[in-house]
Design a protein around this ligand. Structure first.
Ligand code: MN
Length: 80
């Protein structure tokens, strides 16, 4: 299993878009650990497992459990 983990992009939409363009078809999942500052309606969202950070205003979940390849991953920002 290969995953890509990113966090705290703080409104840098371009870098998340670039990561998705480059890695979406090379990894089993892209995990954003919060503070993306993306909107819920952003077209990048369907490409991500994403949670809420302390600087996010969108109603992402505070944590998410994702099972891939029989491995369970806890996705959280960590501020809670
Ligand atoms: Mn933060």
């Amino acid at each position: 299993m290969k995953i890509l983990v990113v966090s705290d992009s703080h409104g840098n939409h371009q870098i998340i878009s670039d990561l998705i363009d480059r890695y979406d078809h090379q990894v089993d999942g892209i995990f954003h650990c919060g503070d993306s500052e993306l909107d819920l309606t952003d077209p990048l969202i369907p490409h991500l497992h994403i949670v809420k950070g302390n600087m996010d205003h969108a109603a992402f979940a505070n944590q998410e459990l994702v099972t891939l390849d029989q491995q369970t991953i806890l996705l959280t920002h960590g501020h809670l």
